[in-house]
Design a protein around this ligand. Structure first.
Ligand code: ZN
Length: 150
């Protein structure tokens, strides 16, 4: 990865750790179904409850409550921005798979920006095995919340 790209990626993570898009659980609007998942990362102390709202096959909203390190909070914020924008169930599952593959690669997979958008910024985190769970936490929560919403 080039130094400039790495710097850009670090900036994205820093920005989102402050902005925390989607923080604050929102009720599901009438007529839509919701699923929820609580995840805890004991090695770092990160905690998140994520609620996913869907209308048929389309995910119409993501919100969450939690606290933890800047990586876990930034990951939840980026996820909310990407997933909350009306993608399909299949698209979300593809993203989760892609993100997980990237995070398990120990830095060897850069991540597909076409699929992951800003979540590709976490590719550098995969070089630090102790932080992988921090970045994965909200994605695991989203995956489980999706299954719970069925
Ligand atoms: Zn953490």
């Amino acid at each position: 990865m080039s130094g400039a790209l790495e710097q850009l990626y670090q900036q994205i993570i820093l920005d989102h750790s402050k902005l925390r898009h989607g923080e604050g659980l929102l009720p599901a609007p009438e007529g839509s179904s919701a699923g929820e998942s609580h995840q805890y990362n004991p090695t770092c102390g990160d905690e998140i409850t994520l609620r996913l709202v869907r209308n048929g096959d389309t995910i119409t909203g993501v919100s969450w409550a939690g606290d933890g390190c800047s990586i876990s909070m930034a990951a939840a914020s980026v996820l909310t921005e990407i997933v909350g924008g009306g993608i399909s169930e299949t698209e979300l599952l593809t993203m989760v798979d892609n993100f997980r593959e990237m995070m398990r690669s120990r830095g060897s997979i850069t991540g597909d920006e076409e699929i992951l958008g800003d979540a590709a910024a976490f590719s550098g985190v995969s070089r630090y095995p102790a932080r992988v769970k921090c970045a994965m936490l909200s994605w695991v929560a989203a995956e489980e919340a999706l299954l719970a919403s069925r």
